[in-house]
Design a protein around this ligand. Structure first.
Ligand code: AAM
Length: 329
């Protein structure tokens, strides 16, 4: 089964920090639209697909294409989003995350974690393989803050080709002054780091992972945001195998330290070597230039389809067809 965990964080309201939406107003629709697109193949909360500020489409295109080609079941988990998606979903009863520069980031972190753990346990008893993706604009920054707090020094990726790394670092430094914390100060306290600096998606996905590990194979579908989940798991005492699947765009992002962080965390990474350079659509071929890169579990969905016997090329052609139809419509 493919699970998409959706959430929001007020971090996305900091200007220029997130590119997962055309503009700050549009960003609040990214999450419900991603879920709707994955589920129905069209967005219901807005008339158009989520795009970045330069018009490049959401990676949900690839997750949806993988689902259409491989027919795997999907489930949406809402762990605190500004707006509900117009599709069936599991409600975690949690609030969107706060900007830690204003307030501690995640309310009721233990509740989210324990509910998700129980859900992970239930899902794992009927699914031998769980692939878990995310949609949370601003999520690379909350990932960075948690990694730093847990002592992992490396930059996260970004939905933009121009990673606002300095801005992310500035947010971390301001958090250090506000709360009197330092790098590595939360070692061994993964959930506490999430509560102060992370986001509700991290609490939910960490719980799902902890609850399912003993029973099923789990693939964290995403890039450096999923490495932050791995960091939480390691700091909550999980010392088993952690697998992650992501696109080559995150793995080869020179503004981030994906490989170094994955190695430090003992994460086995499946990197999907997709090539969109020949795509007739600029919205897609520009992924090769570092636009968007990953999200909505795209890398994991491509990996999953391939695992189920569908060649990568077929899913990519389907994604082009889906995008082409939308452009014409
Ligand atoms: C999710 N939906 C998206 C999207 N993502 N729609 C358009 N572009 C994206 N990149 P940042 O921290 O820079 O905001 O990047 C993280 C977000 O980008 C996540 O929501 C991820 O799923 C992706």
């Amino acid at each position: 089964m493919f699970l998409l965990c959706i959430a929001n964080t007020d971090l996305s309201k900091i200007p220029n920090l997130s590119a997962a939406g055309a503009n700050p107003e549009a960003i609040k629709y990214t999450v419900p639209c991603d879920a709707e697109f994955l589920f129905w193949g069209k967005c219901l909360s807005t008339s158009a697909l989520p795009v970045d500020p330069e018009g490049h489409p959401t990676p949900a295109i690839f997750s949806r294409a993988a689902r259409e080609e491989a027919n795997f079941p999907v489930m949406v988990l809402r762990a605190g989003s500004f707006l509900p998606p117009k599709c069936p979903y599991v409600e975690m009863g949690s609030k969107p995350g706060s900007n830690p520069l204003e307030n501690p980031a995640v309310d009721e972190v233990e509740k989210i974690y324990s509910w998700a753990k129980e859900l992970g346990n239930v899902l794992a008893s009927t699914n031998p393989l769980l692939v878990i993706g995310e949609s949370i604009p601003g999520g690379t920054t909350s990932a960075f803050l948690v990694l730093k707090a847990l002592g992992y020094d490396g930059m996260v990726s970004s939905a933009s080709p121009h990673n606002p790394s300095n801005l992310k670092l500035e947010v971390w430094e301001k958090c250090c002054s506000k709360y009197g914390i330092k790098e590595g100060g939360f070692r061994g306290r993964g959930l506490e780091a999430v509560a102060l600096l992370g986001d509700p998606m991290q609490a939910a996905v960490s719980g799902l992972a902890m609850g399912s590990y003993a029973k099923s194979r789990l693939i964290l579908a995403g890039g450096t945001q999923m490495l932050a989940i791995a960091a939480v798991l390691r700091n909550e005492g999980y010392d088993g195998m952690i697998e992650l699947a992501t696109t080559k765009y995150v793995a080869s992002d020179s503004s981030a330290n994906f490989a170094k962080l994955a190695e430090e965390l003992g994460v086995k990474a499946h990197v999907v070597s997709m090539d969109l350079s020949q795509s007739p659509f600029r919205g897609l071929s520009d992924y090769e230039k570092g636009y968007v890169k990953e999200g909505v579990g795209a890398g994991g969905a491509l990996w999953y389809a391939n695992y189920l016997g569908v060649p990568l090329e077929r899913v990519l052609r389907r994604a082009e067809q889906i995008y082409g139809d939308l452009m014409e419509g």
